[in-house]
Design a protein around this ligand. Structure first.
Ligand SMILES: Cc1cc2nc3c(=O)[nH]c(=O)nc-3n(C[C@H](O)[C@H](O)[C@H](O)COP(=O)(O)OP(=O)(O)OC[C@H]3O[C@@H](n4cnc5c(N)ncnc54)[C@H](O)[C@@H]3O)c2cc1C
Length: 411
């Protein structure tokens, strides 16, 4: 069993790469009999990049549990496809002996017996699955279920729309890309619904002196100007401390002693890694899995790897996933062949040895990079702010690259 934990950008990329590319190469060398087991608490992939847009676009979530997306390959011209994409149809061509989807959550790893404990659901006993190789791709979770996949995401989104229809005050905590984008989207929503500005309030509790502090200061200034034009009140240098849910409102205690009351408060305060099920010695002090440049994880046995948001090398951007996939997959290939060579019969021995010899000088390592890829916050119908590979991009480019369709048609 090659076990992949997590079925989002990282886990799905590794799984498809393994089945479509590695497995045929291994089979050709007589090293077959691998089964990929994909473990995921959700049967659907959630395209969280468009989550801020989904907050104001009910068409982006399924109205019925199984509303199908449009057929693969069709390029929709509107934001009509929802953000929940079923995982299993894309693996339908692989037989059960090669691919198994497990709807469950890893709760423990025993590296001595090389078994993962999976909680399939709360009523059934846990299952223990032995592994030959383990890929940890369990990502991170936002504090709000509206922004990353939690058990309650769909319900939370539906409830949020319901509230938004009659809301007069929405507060957003966090002045990063998501917070800025959400505040702007909600302002546009109110404008489209022709809610008078004097009758509604949007507050962005930014937590610092300026919004978007991870980007160039000029981009943050530009974002604040746009927020002001949209009627968003930015509260700088104030942090939220506690939230209290009342029957019809949410109260937020601020660290300046004030209490803010709103119809809804959205926490856009970053993410935490999903690594609680791992032994603490493999994680750093912020609970991210420590990998070396080859993406191997040390201390939990051979053929263990981590990729994406859960790993310490990542800055929690998509680029850190896609950069890493070829590195991980090639190192997995090498490690599987090495094991096979040590344990193979004479017949395939020579072929394996030659292949490994060819790979000997290949160093599959992730280059440390300062590239952040595309960090874009659509803010108005045809524009926004952001940077691409560190370069400040014009407003219209933000619309063309992200705001127009949120790349939903390509998911
Ligand atoms: C609102 C929002 C907007 C974003 N916008 C951008 C953007 O514009 N550009 C950009 O580069 N990045 C963006 N990001 C960051 C990007 O989404 C992440 O880098 C990306 O999701 C990382 O993918 P991943 O597969 O590593 O982890 P995740 O996407 O976090 O997926 C991890 C998966 O593992 C599953 N899992 C968790 N625990 C377990 C367990 N115990 N067992 C099994 N499975 C488990 C989870 O359910 C989930 O499906 C955004 C993030 C958010 C929240």
């Amino acid at each position: 069993n090659i076990i992949v934990l997590g079925a989002s950008y990282s886990g799905l990329s590794v799984a498809h790469n393994f089945l479509d590319d590695l497995e045929p190469r291994l089979s050709a060398l007589g090293a077959s009999n691998y089964r990929l087991v994909l473990v995921s608490p959700s049967t659907h992939f959630f395209f969280n990049i468009a989550a801020p847009q989904a907050l104001v676009s009910p068409s982006l979530i399924p109205h019925h549990e199984n509303r199908p997306r449009s057929p693969k390959g069709r390029r929709s011209s509107t934001l009509s496809d929802n953000l929940f994409v079923p995982i299993q149809p894309a693996f339908a061509k692989h037989p059960f002996s090669r691919f198994t989807f497990m709807h469950g959550q890893a709760t423990e790893i025993d590296h001595k017996t090389r078994r993962v404990t999976v909680q399939v659901d709360r009523t059934n006993p846990v299952q223990q699955i032995p592994y030959h190789a383990l890929i940890i791709a369990t990502g991170s979770s936002s504090h709000s279920p509206l922004l990353s996949l939690h058990d309650t995401t769909l319900k939370a989104l539906r409830e949020f729309y319901h509230k938004l229809k009659n809301a007069t005050h929405i507060a957003i905590v966090g002045g990063g890309l998501s917070g800025v984008e959400i505040a702007a989207q909600i302002a546009q929503y109110f404008d489209q619904k022709r809610v008078e500005r004097s009758k509604r309030r949007i507050t962005l509790i930014s937590g610092g002196t300026q919004v978007l502090k991870k980007l160039e200061p000029s981009i943050g200034k530009q974002a604040e100007k746009r927020l002001k034009t949209l009627g968003v009140h930015v509260l700088p240098n104030v942090r939220a401390q506690t939230l209290t849910r009342k029957t019809r409102s949410v109260e937020c205690d601020l660290d300046n002693g004030q209490v803010l009351s709103a119809d809804e408060v959205i926490l856009a305060t970053g993410v935490c890694p999903n690594t609680r099920f791992l032994p603490i010695q493999v994680c750093d002090k912020s609970n991210y899995v420590i990998t070396d440049e080859t993406l191997r994880v040390h201390g939990i046995g051979d053929r263990s790897y981590a990729i994406g948001d859960c790993a310490s090398y990542s800055d929690n951007h998509i680029l850190d996933v896609y950069d890493a996939v070829p590195v991980l997959v090639n190192n997995l290939y090498k490690d599987l062949l090495e094991y096979q060579l040590e344990n193979s019969g004479l017949e395939s021995h020579l072929k394996l040895r030659n292949t490994l010899e060819d790979l000997r000088d290949e160093r599959y390592r992730r280059q440390r990079s300062t590239d952040t890829g595309m960090l874009l916050a659509p803010m108005t119908k045809y524009g926004g702010v952001g940077s691409v590979f560190g370069w400040h991009v014009p407003s219209l480019m933000v619309y063309l690259l992200k705001g127009r369709k949120y790349r939903i048609d390509s998911v």
